[in-house]
Write a protein of this length. Structure first.
Length: 510
């Protein structure tokens, strides 16, 4: 279906006029529901014909147009009431209903004025097949619809300079109040009255001055209210706010009515959002609890690492000391992830920061003779905690393996210890360790390359006795469902390839 902007281009509408129509269309569900009628936005073509730019069906009554008509064109002279509304700048009401679709439909046309010009026309079509004796609610809705139509025809609706209504703003069916010029309630829909009952109201709303009444309800419950409350509840300005009293939360939206050049009162749409706000508070509490848990886990892991480090210093056996130092690094890499998660609003982290810290930690504790600082290239992006934690441990193992075995130790020693894939001769001072990350769709590819001694003869990943490589293989293949390959690096050294399936996730900006 073509967009409003594309159709407006066919009608040669100026950019400010298109912006005005976008603001109108974003909020005209209100007019359709109050009118119990379908709305169709028409723009005149250069040849005098008419083009349907947008369409809205009511939620309060049967539709007159079950089929979409957006993009339909009518030749010049085919819709005389559209011409009359534009040329005469007035609301035109057709005399007899139209029966072209087998049901009686009454048509009205409303000129859409922006500034001093008629830029489009709204056709309001009411399905009369379910006509009944109008109730007080019907009469109040229709009167409000007529006032809004008058404001559209004079360029006062949507309010100039007002931001388009939010999707979650109250709707007609949520609750409607009609105020007179003095701010007193002349009509309250059943849903609106129920919402105020939940706020603590014990009397009727009709005849009450809404601003002071609402402030009194908030004060009785001991709930503070901002300065916008009186302005919103008195109907004096376009505004949205929330009021909380008696354990309930009600959202208010005010639309001042200006008809025939004078203020005639206001419409107030309201919705009980107590359950929604309670759920949001629960989620905030849950998020705060999760972050606190991550913070405590990080502290506990750091304590464990410190105890292991103290124990390693008391040992005289080099192999035992090296084993504990490796355990310290593994615990530290997991602690880094939990520390990052303790500051994240969701279980999603920017892994680029974690990778940088893991690389820094690996470089700090590497053997002095390696004289190599790991470098990170590319971007890991945002990763969920379920992937970030094992991936941090994988990077720790791979970098430590390259730094301590491939870049510093001779092949005979490596083969004898079975500690890792590095082997061959001891390299010179120009050692290189590069970690490269690349995201492509739902795949994350990570390579860890060094220019060290390379792989020992007969190396087999499936048969290796290295604990570090066994951990890497288990995490990458079994836990993350990825691919792990280890082979020679072009120009000498070792290249490790890790491919993981990842979901496209983003962090909450709040």
């Amino acid at each position: 279906m073509p967009t409003l902007t594309a159709l407006a281009r066919r009608a040669r509408l100026a950019a400010p006029d298109v912006a005005w129509l976008h603001a109108l269309v974003s909020d005209w569900q209100l007019l359709a529901d109050l009118s119990f009628a379908d709305l169709t936005l028409w723009a005149q073509l250069p040849d005098g014909g008419w083009l349907a730019l947008a369409q809205m069906r009511p939620t309060t009554g049967p539709t007159a147009f079950p089929d979409d008509i957006v993009g339909a064109a009518r030749p010049a002279g085919d819709r005389p009431f559209l011409d009359a509304a534009k040329n005469e700048r007035r609301i035109c009401r057709e005399g007899d209903p139209e029966w072209t679709r087998g049901v009686p439909v009454r048509h009205e046309t409303i000129p859409v004025v922006a500034g001093e010009r008629v830029i489009a026309v709204i056709e309001r079509s009411t399905n009369l097949s379910s006509a009944r004796t109008p109730s007080r609610l019907d009469i109040a809705y229709l009167k409000a619809a007529d006032d809004l139509a008058q404001m559209v025809s004079t360029g006062l609706f949507p309010c100039p300079g007002e931001e388009p209504a939010l999707v979650r703003s109250p709707r007609v069916g949520d609750g409607l109040l009609r105020l007179n010029r003095s701010g007193k309630v002349t009509y309250a829909s059943p849903n609106a009255l129920s919402a105020y009952r939940r706020l603590g109201l014990t009397a009727d709303l009709a005849g009450k001055e809404l601003g002071p009444l609402t402030a009194k309800l908030c004060a009785a419950s001991g709930q503070p209210h901002d300065e916008s409350l009186m302005l919103t509840a008195s109907g004096k300005t376009h505004m949205e706010t929330e009021i909380e009293a008696n354990g309930s939360v009600v959202q208010l939206r005010t639309i001042p009515l200006v008809v025939h050049g004078g203020r005639s009162g206001a419409l107030i749409l309201l919705r009980d959002v107590t359950e929604l706000r309670d759920r949001e508070r629960e989620l905030l509490t849950k998020d705060a609890t999760i972050r606190e848990i991550h913070h405590r886990v990080k502290n506990n892991l750091q304590t464990v690492a410190a105890l292991l480090r103290l124990q390693a210093r008391r040992l005289s056996a080099p192999e035992a000391r090296a084993a504990l130092e490796e355990a310290v690094r593994r615990v530290g890499s997991i602690a880094i992830v939990h520390e990052t998660l303790s500051h994240a609003p969701e279980e999603v982290v920017d892994f680029d920061d974690i990778a940088g810290r893991v690389a820094m930690m690996a470089g700090e504790v590497s053997a002095p003779e390696a004289r190599v600082t790991p470098r990170i290239s590319g971007s890991f992006g945002m990763l969920p905690a379920a992937i970030a934690t094992p991936l941090a441990l994988v990077l720790t193992e791979l970098m430590q393996n390259a730094l301590q075995h491939g870049l510093t130790r001779p092949a005979a020693e490596v083969l004898g210890s079975g500690a890792g894939p590095g082997g061959g001769r001891r390299p010179g001072p120009g050692g290189m360790l590069l970690v490269t990350a690349r995201r492509a769709g739902s795949r994350l590819t990570v390579t860890v390359a060094d220019n060290g001694a390379g792989l020992p003869a007969g190396f087999d990943l499936d048969q290796t006795t290295s604990l570090g490589l066994q951990i890497v293989r288990t995490l990458v293949v079994a836990e993350l469902g990825g691919l792990l390959e280890i082979g020679p690096h072009e120009g000498g050294g070792t290249l490790v390839l890790v491919e993981l399936p990842v979901e496209q996730v983003t962090a909450d900006p709040s």
